[in-house]
Design a protein around this ligand. Structure first.
Ligand SMILES: [Zn+2]
Length: 459
């Protein structure tokens, strides 16, 4: 109840931005950081009541960020079938801090790169995504010459890895999580920024740089190295914090189109509201906005009811959008598989979610023998799973269930939205600061948005 109006507004604005302008034009709007600061500052009323750790505040005090939205970036990828050209989208962020002598030091805090894929010996690579393996990599900047560089490790994934290797299922009672095998690339960014650059709270600088990446840890090994050309790339200054981050979602429904009264996806707006609300609560820690594209329709009734993993796999293969998490909504699918919804390729640019309209119409009486589907366990039927998509998007943002472990991923907080619940119980309406800080995906990019909430658990 609390934020339905605000959410409606935020979503309407979000949709208008996405539909009207696309990724490239977001960069135009970010030319004016003052646009961002005013609504953010104005929305901080609730922040006053929150006791934040003093150290965290101190640490952020002198940090200024240089943020570049990357669009149509040229890259050459050396594959097992030779050199291939591709175009990348993504984002690069440096934190800057004055060192002891007052010179500027650069820290690479984000590098997200996404491509729709290249040809390899084993066929198309599918969507390629790359992001930093660790949160920070210290770089160097010479204020006399403007020369800068930073070395880093990155996580690489492309859809072909899933096709060849399959998935690693999670071990929790709710098997709604299918993890990808990933590779890693060592990288170096090197280039020029302005001479004598000083940190600022607004304005732009121009960067000319090259990123060179070499495969280090391999699973399939179709992509061997990469050179990314960042010519005349604009970076915008932001004070203290990174601007808002946006995760794009691409809904996919079964039907002939938006005027088809029997098309699936009837739960989608409700689930999207729940997702936007839960992730908006990251606000005081990190603004993460969930933004939806307009639905894509698949006119094939065979996908209305899914009875097996193979059918779900065939459905997932129907739509590949490079810069968004695809959310397929069918009428129903057997909850004995995955609690009626699941996320594949979590934390990667290939992340996809399959769910069903029964999330808001759990059959009565509850399915027998299913985890959580008894009154004693707190289960119920009917309109149950308001926060189901918010939970699955947590998986898309590289978060595991509480207590789970996998190298390169982070377990969600106990008692939070990342708690599994099964088909007959909703995921907890609880966000945590740790979930927010730990969320990552090559699909995240900077955009103009505001967050009004704050985490329920400040850990
Ligand atoms: Zn889950």
């Amino acid at each position: 109840m609390r934020t339905i109006l605000q959410l409606g507004l935020a979503l309407a604005v979000g949709l208008a931005l996405t539909l009207g302008t696309g990724l490239g034009a977001d960069l135009v709007m970010e030319k004016s950081p003052s646009l961002l600061k005013t609504p953010l500052d104005a929305s901080i009323g609730s922040r006053l009541s929150i006791v934040e750790p003093v150290e965290a505040a101190k640490e952020q005090e002198e940090r200024y960020f240089l943020v570049g939205t990357l669009d149509d970036i040229k890259a050459v990828i050396v594959t097992d079938a030779g050199e291939q050209q591709t175009s990348l989208k993504g984002e690069i962020v440096f934190a800057t801090e004055p060192d002891e002598r007052g010179d500027l030091s650069l820290v690479l805090t984000r590098l997200n790169l996404v491509s729709s894929g290249v040809a390899t010996k084993k066929g198309e690579s599918g969507v390629i995504g790359l992001n930093l393996a660790e949160p920070e990599y210290k770089g160097t900047y010479d204020s006399r010459t403007g020369h800068f560089s930073a070395e880093f490790d990155s996580t690489l994934h492309y859809a072909q890895i899933d096709e060849i290797m399959g998935y690693i299922p999670s071990k929790s009672e709710e098997g709604d999580l299918f993890l990808s095998y990933t590779e890693s690339m060592g990288g170096k960014i090197e280039g020029r920024l302005p001479e004598g650059m000083k940190a600022a709270d607004e304005g732009e600088v121009t960067m000319n740089a090259e990123i060179r990446l070499e495969l280090e840890r391999t699973v399939v090994g179709s992509l061997r190295s990469m050179v990314v050309y960042l010519d005349i790339t604009k970076l915008w200054w932001y004070l203290e914090t990174s601007p808002s981050e946006i995760l794009l979602v691409q809904p996919v429904f079964i039907g002939t189109g938006p005027s088809d009264p029997s098309a699936t996806g009837t739960v989608y707006n409700t689930l999207l509201d729940g997702s936007a609300e839960i992730w908006d609560r990251c606000g005081t820690v990190r603004c993460i906005a969930i933004r939806s594209r307009t639905p894509v329709y698949i006119n094939n009734n065979a996908y209305r009811v899914l009875n097996s993993e193979a059918e779900a796999a065939a459905l997932r293969a129907e739509v590949n959008v490079a810069d968004a998490v695809e959310v397929f909504v069918v009428e129903e699918w057997d909850p004995y598989y995955d609690g009626g919804g699941a996320c594949w390729s979590s934390g990667t640019a290939s992340a996809k979610i399959v769910t069903c309209d029964q999330q808001m119409a759990v059959p009565c009486p509850m399915p027998a023998g299913l985890w959580g589907c008894s009154v004693a366990e707190g289960g119920s039927c009917g309109d149950v799973n308001y926060y189901h998509l918010a939970h699955e998007l947590g998986h898309a943002l590289n978060l595991l269930h509480p207590g789970e472990y996998r190298s390169g991923m982070v377990a969600g907080s106990s008692g939070s939205i990342l708690e599994p619940s099964g088909f007959c119980r909703d995921n907890p309406d609880v966000q945590s600061a740790r979930n927010c800080r730990s969320a990552s995906s090559p699909l995240l990019y900077s955009g103009r948005s505001t967050c009004t909430g704050s985490p329920d658990i400040m850990d």
